[in-house]
Ligand binder design. Structure first.
Ligand code: ADP
Length: 175
């Protein structure tokens, strides 16, 4: 059965879904924006797990476009999937890198057995991408997975901060 793909305006940290995606930076040690909000709401257990990843598999940081899961600390979700969006201010303008954030996060969610996942507008904040482009890339990436017959969570929800970004995702979903 086709998954439900929807866009809502809200705060991703309050989502009661299996997995929420964090627009992290490659240090995995927290930052501003949605990353800061997720760490603040999840509490120290999340930072502890991220530090362990940095001490082990991601000694050099999480590369742009890759995704890795941790527990969710005090959040109502079960897992946080951390992915690093491309930073336009560093010349990272390839939409394929942004698409990879969405597809790799879906892969990680599927491996975990997550039935539902929430995405923020990765790279649409500090990393400087236009919200309309993020929305188009995100929706195309998710639909590409579904149309390709790949297993994905049954509920895929974009959780957007502010009406402007919400409108961008609604338009992309209607296109
Ligand atoms: P990036 O560095 O990938 O651009 P940001 O966190 O700066 O990430 O911004 C990504 C998007 O997340 C922006 O649209 C921003 O407004 C939004 N955002 C910030 N806090 C939250 C939150 N608590 N829930 C959902 N979206 C959020």
């Amino acid at each position: 059965m086709d998954p439900t793909i929807e866009a809502v305006e809200g705060d991703i940290t309050t989502q009661r879904l299996d997995a929420i995606v964090n627009a992290a930076n490659s240090s995995l040690l927290g930052g501003g924006g949605v990353d800061g909000a997720i760490h603040a709401a999840a509490g120290p257990a999340l930072l502890r797990e991220c530090r362990e990843l940095r001490a082990g598999r991601y000694r050099d940081g999480l590369p742009v476009g890759e995704a890795v899961a941790t527990g969710a600390g005090d959040l109502p979700a079960r897992w946080v999937i951390h992915t690093v969006g491309p930073n336009r201010h560093r010349g990272q303008t390839d939409p394929a890198l942004l698409a990879a954030c969405f597809t790799h996060s879906l892969d990680v969610a599927t491996e975990l057995g997550a039935g539902s996942i929430a995405f923020p507008a990765i790279s649409a904040g500090v990393y400087g991408w236009d919200a309309d482009e993020v929305a188009r890339v995100a929706v195309d990436a998710v639909r590409g997975r579904v149309d390709g017959g790949e297993p994905v969570p049954g509920l895929i929800r974009f959780v957007l901060f502010g009406q402007r970004v919400h409108d961008a995702f609604r338009a992309a979903l209607q296109a």
